[in-house]
Design a protein around this ligand. Structure first.
Ligand code: ATP
Length: 744
């Protein structure tokens, strides 16, 4: 057994376009293993320093090669490329896997900080997951032993586990079960696909990403709220006349949800802050890390590590505090505006490096493994037959239960035992030779899919199509709808050629017509919302290559006409498309007459627009009679007397109850918090849950109790008071500025 600390690496990405546009300042510095962060609001304060196993500077000092690969711009450059990160971390993972240790690699950081870039990568800049998988098979091909590799990919969203290699996940997702005798947790029925080459893994990653994209579009939720776990099981079989041995390793590669969601940033004072529990799994992970760090530092208190508090921590129990060699990559944003979040990421990483895990080599004689599995199944069978389940439950929980509860617990335990017996049986069969059969079947499937994929790629060069845009760049350009008929109906109804779900989509929503190589689009009924390049469609319009189309309020697509495409065309991004909508409404940061403050306000409005549009659409569909608008107020209205200038302004959200005309003002944090609750409410509504009528008003994210209303500002002269004089005066209340009404 080797006890060692979790290895922690930090990586700082380049400025993104938005940060460049607003002249963002760099707050991160790296020097050897030391990373420092400077507080942009306190220039005299000493920067805070942290020290990690690896510090990767990927902020600058690089060039883009003609094929898009980012490499250091000179020999002196300290730019850390994808290859460098793999050389340091990935090779270690491989070495450990070959030695029979379980390995885990986590990516942590706020949305857009570079987690997916490090883990999966973009285009030719492949991340650590694909490079490691490729290197694994390269190494396998050079060895004599027999290997068995399986691949699985799951997503945890809202405490629900979805198998990303299964198009038809059961309602409610997969069950997370606990092994009845060994205690570890696993997702029941998760597909573990046998793979025989890197190409097969690549194909499965594509499949998983496509399923993620579809789910994210249907759920109307951003994927940054989900955790993705790729698991590779890697068995080496050493045959020998005496019966042979098996060395096993489980490799977990985890891309965590954006960390800023964990504590509902900024939603202080919202009564639903706790209820929102934006990402229960991520806050639970934080608590588990803190508990483990305290234990490793020799705390005298008796600490219970709260693995059971969330699905993520259950599934990663081993990776965090058990039999695994673990690495964490903390992704850092370089910009001043993200100072708070980046500092909290650094603190998180600092805590994680104190955790110690105890990895063991998983190597056993095959006969013994089979015997153990068989014995285990005998034991489980006996447990069921003896009916001693209730006794077990009472001892474990230490709480008393009524008769029905005991029956329910017994039923659950019974299911758990049965599920585990099936898993054991599969392992016995695999060890006895059925793995080969399963591999061949999976390979046949992959070959068919690869062929279909190739055909699709060929068609993309000939036939015009719509491809999706997603807030998460990794999920953009994944869905593809070919426009290969004269008339293509788009909508919710079954007879639509392109079936769309999601907010604001009508049964028959829009239609695309083709005449030779010319395409036009029109809405199917009044009220159906479609925007092309930011402009509402009210009558038939022509579609041109690379046009951005928004159906309803969340289905974004790009029209691609391959005959008009140019080589090396840059992809349209979701951000560009959103910006365009804001510009069409008159909000742009490009206007050179704007002051810096005004530009920041405009930018905040542009950022808020998609959310306000979305919550208005949810309100419409759920008949909540609420209207959300963005308003600008003087900062002083919030008793923010620290504001730097008397003209400083604050962007707020005004919610109006359209039945009573009561009005409430929310800040951005509260809106984001409520948006997640509204999304969840809408999701449950779509799944046909009959809860809207039963829901208490206090739980409703659209509900607020009556409160004082800010209607504007007025000046009073108090001089008369000092003379104790009665004085009558007329006060003029100046209204705040309503930016606009956004219903779509
Ligand atoms: N090391 C890097 N070098 C170059 N570009 C990077 C790097 N890291 C991130 N980026 C770019 O920054 C953007 C955001 O990165 P990424 O999508 O990986 O963030 P994320 O943390 O995974 O966000 P989310 O939580 O939304 O998934 C991407 O466009 C990506 O190409």
């Amino acid at each position: 057994m080797t006890e060692e600390s979790v290895k922690v690496a930090v990586r700082c990405r380049p400025f993104n376009q938005r940060e460049k546009d607003r002249g963002a300042k760099l707050v991160i510095k790296m020097n050897g293993p030391v990373t420092t962060i400077a507080n942009p609001d306190e220039p005299n304060e000493a920067p805070k320093s942290f020290s990690f196993d690896h510090s990767y500077w990927s902020h600058d000092g690089f060039i883009e090669k003609p094929d898009g690969l980012l490499v250091p711009d000179s020999q002196k450059s300290n730019y850390a490329s994808q290859q460098k990160v793999f050389d340091d971390l990935g090779t270690g993972v491989l070495k450990n896997a070959f030695e029979g240790f379980n390995c885990s690699l986590f990516a942590y950081g706020q949305t857009g900080s570079g987690k997916s870039y490090s883990m999966v990568g973009y285009g030719v800049n492949k991340g650590i997951v694909p490079i490691t998988c490729e290197a694994l098979f390269e190494k396998i091909s050079k060895n004599q032993e027999k290997f068995e590799v399986t691949f699985s990919m799951l997503e945890i969203y809202n405490e629900q586990v979805n198998d990303l290699l299964n198009k038809n996940n059961q309602k409610g997702g997969l069950q997370v079960r606990q092994h009845p005798s060994q205690g570890y947790f696993y997702a029941q029925d998760l597909k573990r696909i046998p793979v025989g080459s890197y190409k097969e893994i690549e194909r499965r990653i594509e499949e998983g990403t496509a399923n993620r994209t579809v789910a994210s579009t249907h759920m109307n939720a951003t994927s940054s709220r989900a955790h993705t776990i790729v698991t590779i099981t890697f068995d080496q079989i050493f045959d020998s006349p005496g019966g042979g041995t098996k060395k096993s390793s489980v490799i977990n590669l985890v891309d965590l949800a954006g960390s800023e969601r964990a504590d509902s940033t900024g939603a202080t004072g919202d009564r639903l802050k706790e209820g929102a529990n934006i990402n229960k799994s991520l806050s639970a992970l934080g608590n588990v890390i803190s508990a483990l760090a305290e234990i490793s530092m020799g705390s005298k208190k008796k600490i219970v590590v709260p693995y059971r508090d969330s699905v993520l921590t259950k599934l990663l129990q081993n990776a965090l505090g058990g039999n695994s060699k673990t690495i964490m990559i903390a992704a850092l944003s370089p910009a001043d505006i993200n100072y708070g979040e980046t500092l909290s990421t650094l603190r998180y990483a600092d805590r994680a490096k104190r955790i110690k895990t105890k990895a063991v080599v998983n190597e056993n004689p095959i006969d013994k493994l089979i015997r153990q599995l068989k014995e285990e199944n005998e034991k489980l069978k006996a447990m069921i037959e003896s009916g001693k389940l209730s006794l077990n439950i009472d001892q474990k929980s230490g709480t008393s239960y009524n008769k029905e509860e005991i029956e329910e617990l017994k039923r659950k335990m019974y299911e758990e035992i049965k599920a585990q017996m099936e898993v054991n049986q599969q392992m016995i069969m695999d060890t006895n030779g059925s793995f080969k059969e399963r591999l061949e079947k999976a390979q046949q499937e992959t070959a068919t899919e690869t062929k279909e994929n190739q055909l699709q790629e060929e068609r993309k060069h000939k036939i015009p199509y719509l491809t999706n845009l997603n807030e998460d760049p990794i999920l953009s350009y994944v869905i593809c709808h070919f426009l290969d008929a004269k008339e293509i109906k788009i909508g919710r109804s079954q007879n639509s050629k392109i079936k769309l779900n999601g907010l604001g989509i009508f049964s028959d929503h829009a239609v695309i017509c083709r005449k030779n190589n010319n395409f036009s689009l029109n809405i199917c009924q009044i009220g159906a919302k479609v925007k092309v390049n930011g402009i509402n469609v009210q009558q038939q319009i022509e579609l041109n290559h690379c046009d951005r189309i928004l159906f309803g309020s969340s289905n974004f697509y790009v029209f691609i006409n391959p005959s008009k495409a140019e080589s090396k065309e840059k992809r349209i991004t979701w951000e560009q498309a959103q910006k365009e909508i804001a510009e069409a409404k008159g909000y742009s940061t490009k206007n050179s007459t704007l002051t810096k403050e005004q530009k920041l306000i405009q930018e905040e409005i542009i950022e808020l627009l998609p959310t306000v549009t979305e919550v208005n659409a949810i309100s419409d569909e759920l008949n909540k009679h609420r209207l959300f608008e963005i308003i600008i107020l003087p900062a002083i209205a919030f008793e923010d007397f620290n504001s730097k200038s008397p003209n400083e302004q604050k962007v707020m959200i005004k919610m109006t109850n359209l039945q009573t005309m009561n009005v409430w003002l929310w800040d951005k944090g509260k809106l984001m918090n409520r948006k997640y609750l509204m999304q969840d409410l809408y999701q449950r509504y779509l799944e046909g849950e009959d809860f809207l009528l039963r829901m208490k008003k206090e739980e409703d994210p659209f509900w607020e109790s009556a409160e004082d209303l800010f209607i504007g500002l007025s000046n009073f002269f108090l001089q008369s008071l000092s003379y104790s004089m009665d004085f009558e005066d007329k006060a003029y209340i100046s209204d705040y500025k309503v930016v606009s009404i956004f219903t779509c």
